[in-house]
Design a protein around this ligand. Structure first.
Ligand code: ADP
Length: 429
């Protein structure tokens, strides 16, 4: 990839929709940002940007592989001039005792030569706060939130100092709110103290939005930090406040309309997405796939494409696999969770590919894994970040795609308001 200028911030995200969320946050804070899918190839040309978010799918893979891929991304970002690298994790600290936050942090810290790394998943405006090292999701501690039942990374301990210490080779300390509220120099002093005592990482509390700014300014003294979009916001604001990044620089995103047919795909079964699909039925044709037939073979994707082709020239359509929790559980019990999920993701990717071959240039996708499968199949190398549809969900303009100009929106299951699909299409012209 060729870049016109030096990068001020390099980010490595452990999943695609989290990467979009971060890229959106950085853009809103005034950084011209591009999101790439994996480490970009040398021939991908980009306009001048301040930040690059390299999206990996490394949250739930084997830890050694997550380390290898994250190191490759870090090397690439540093070679483009990034002084600071943020390893972007989920704001609910999704991980297990085997990783992958600790092992990736350890490896990137060794590369960076930092003695200590600031770590926080806090993002108060989205209800993620950290107090005395304990992560709260809205009103409840992490281990009482729905994350306790997460299918891949069930979170049973809210104390992030303990959670990270189990995954990392280094000692993990705490910088509590009482220190943070005394300002950046108090944080610096405690970091130096922890580092002198042999701690290699510090969970830092954050309860209010302003706490992120203190954290961001201290993080920039270092080469590496670990956290979610909240610390990204703090770092972006610190970069703008320092005058390094000119927030008035013209947007990197062209606003010429892309036009062409538009389609929506939903593979998320979250409450929010089920409601959004029900509302979309009032404004566009909706096809509900038969999940049992999807698992049985390719015919269901073919049927969906035939249905779509007779409609896409008249207006947007929506194709969904989403079902209620009871139906999902029944399908999983018949076929296994992974096999059912994989078959449906691949069917969604087949449908996306067929739709694009039929001329679709504007595509909305609901579901994190579903989005990953679709973007991989379409072989889109990266995105410029445009207008915000809903909190954490920007309009993405594909760069370097084989199919020419394309607009996408990738929505993590629970994101977006009740009219998300029409809200997205209204901004994707
Ligand atoms: P979210 O962002 O809500 O977690 P994802 O796309 O990440 O959404 O995950 C949803 C998972 O559920 C995917 O693996 C998808 O293939 C699978 N899935 C979609 N529809 C169904 C269904 N009807 N039954 C079982 N699994 C489904």
């Amino acid at each position: 990839m060729t870049l016109a200028g030096k990068l001020f911030l390099g980010c490595i995200a452990d999943d695609y929709t989290g990467a979009s969320d971060l890229a959106n946050t950085l853009t809103r804070a005034g950084l011209r940002t591009v999101q790439t899918i994996g480490v970009p190839s040398d021939n991908l040309a980009l306009p001048e940007v301040d930040a690059v978010v390299v999206s990996l799918k490394s949250r739930s893979i084997e830890a050694g592989l997550a380390v290898t891929r994250s190191r490759a991304a870090e090397k690439w970002l540093r070679s483009r001039g990034a002084d600071h690298v943020l390893f972007k994790i989920c704001s609910t600290f999704d991980s297990t005792d085997a990783g992958n936050i600790g092992p990736v942090m350890d490896a990137l810290r060794a590369e960076s030569a930092d003695t200590i790394v600031l770590v926080t998943p806090a993002f108060p405006e989205t209800g993620r706060t950290v107090y005395q090292g304990n992560l709260f999701v809205g009103l409840v501690p992490l281990n009482e939130s729905p994350l306790k039942d997460h299918p891949l990374n069930p979170m049973h301990d809210s104390n992030l100092v303990r959670v990270l210490a189990r995954q990392s080779k280094t000692r993990v300390g705490l910088i509590a709110l009482a220190t943070l509220t005394r300002g950046p120099d108090a944080v610096r002093a405690q970091l130096a103290d922890l580092s002198a005592k042999g701690f290699g990482a510090a969970i830092i509390d954050a309860v209010f939005d302003r706490d992120l700014e203190t954290i961001g300014s201290v993080a920039l003294d270092h080469r590496l930090s670990v956290g979610a979009s909240g610390i990204g916001l703090g770092i972006a604001r610190a970069l703008v406040a320092s005058g390094k990044v000119k927030s008035s620089a013209p947007s990197a995103v062209p606003d010429t309309p892309v036009g062409g047919p538009a389609a929506c795909l939903a593979g998320s079964c979250s409450q929010a997405t089920l409601q959004q699909i029900a509302n979309a039925e009032k404004t566009m044709p909706v096809l509900l796939l038969d999940p049992e037939r999807v698992v049985a073979g390719k015919d269901e994707a073919g049927r969906a494409l035939a249905w779509a082709k007779t409609r896409i020239n008249q207006g947007p359509i929506l194709i969904a696999s989403s079902s209620t929790p009871e139906e999902v559980a029944a399908l999983q019990s018949r076929h296994g969770r992974d096999a059912a999920g994989h078959a449906i993701e691949q069917a969604m990717a087949d449908i996306a590919e067929g739709l694009v071959q039929s001329g679709v240039r504007r595509l909305v996708v609901a579901g994190g894994e579903t989005s990953g499968a679709v973007v991989d199949r379409l072989r889109i190398p990266g995105f410029l970040v445009g207008a915000e549809i809903a909190a954490g969900v920007p309009v993405l303009r594909a760069v370097g795609a084989n199919n020419g100009e394309m607009l996408l929106a990738l929505k993590s299951g629970n994101f977006g308001g009740p009219e998300f699909f029409s809200d997205a299409l209204a901004l994707m012209r």
